[in-house]
Write a protein that binds this ligand. Structure first.
Ligand SMILES: [Ca+2]
Ligand SMILES: [Ca+2]
Length: 294
């Protein structure tokens, strides 16, 4: 080997050695890198595992919260429904109680009305009986007076004329205008007034024209209702005279009348010179007439 050669060999060797060393270093780095990679993979797997765990836990908790909320909602709903049912039941009870109470009051009212009607009927019967008795006594007195008169003038006794009763009854009516009337200042139902006039031998009166109204007004009390013998009980709006059974030929309505209030105004009254339809079950004074012309 030439010195040159040996001189050259040394650096070459150095180079080769250096190269070997470099290779070793490379291998080492590579191996370290591989180890690192494995470590990273492990960490990654671990992190992924933990993440999954956290996710699962969260999902579980969420589920739990949802279920709890649903339960609470259900509870609230059940509670509300219960309260509603309770309130409904309570309301129904109260309504029923009120209804029962009202019905009870109605029964009492009906009973009272019935007993009042009965009482009025009894009173009417007694009054009619007394009036009939009075009539008999008056007739006897009248006959007796005739007898006395006949005895006084010395003529033979005559039986009292058959018309004596009528004559007497007529005498209780007064001439107002061209006809005979009797004004009774006693407040009674329309039916009763109608009956009373017939008991007296007349009819519940009707006024034929303006002159008769003008003639009778001074005999009547102001602001008082007087029943007249006209009604539309048979046929609504068709006012018929109870004396003649004919349609009323003359009507002088007050303002707003006739209004058939509540479909129950069927009996005619006179009030301050004008007429109106009133409740037959109301009470008023009344006027009788002796004839049945109208
Ligand atoms: Ca009517
Ligand atoms: Ca009326």
């Amino acid at each position: 080997m030439s010195p040159n050669e040996s001189e050259l060999r040394s650096p070459l060797n150095d180079f080769v050695q250096a190269q070997d060393r470099g290779r070793d270093a490379d291998n080492e780095i590579k191996s370290k890198l591989e180890t690192l990679e494995v470590k990273i993979e492990k960490v990654q797997a671990k992190v992924e595992g933990q993440l999954q765990e956290v996710e699962n836990k969260l999902a579980e908790q969420l589920h739990g919260v949802e279920a709890k909320l649903e339960r609470q909602l259900q509870e609230v709903q059940t509670n509300l429904e219960g309260q509603q049912t309770k309130m409904e039941a309570k309301l129904e009870d109260s309504l029923l109680a009120v209804k029962t109470k009202l019905e009870g009051q109605q029964v009492v009212l009906t009973k009272m009305e019935n007993s009042q009607a009965k009482l009025e009927e009894n009173l009417l019967a007694v009054q009619i009986k007394l009036e009939a008795q009075l009539q008999v006594v008056l007739n006897q007195l009248h006959a007796l007076s005739n007898k006395i008169d006949a005895a006084k003038v010395g003529v033979p006794q005559q039986a009292a004329p058959a018309s004596a009763t009528i004559t007497f009854e007529r005498s209780s009516f007064e001439r107002i205008g061209t006809r005979y009337f009797r004004i009774v200042n006693e407040e009674v139902l329309w039916n009763y007034a109608e009956r009373r006039c017939r008991e007296m031998g007349g009819y519940l009166a009707f006024l034929q024209n303006e002159e008769e109204i003008n003639a009778i007004i001074p005999k009547l009390e102001k602001n008082k209702y007087y029943w007249l013998g006209i009604n539309d009980q048979e046929n609504e709006g068709h006012f018929v005279s109870v004396a003649s059974q004919k349609p009323a030929p003359f009507l002088k309505w007050a303002e707003g009348e006739p209004n058939d209030s509540n479909h129950k105004n069927n009996c005619l009254y006179l009030y301050n010179g004008k007429m109106g339809d009133g409740y037959c079950s109301g009470k008023a004074f009344f006027i009788c007439q002796a004839d049945n012309e109208t």
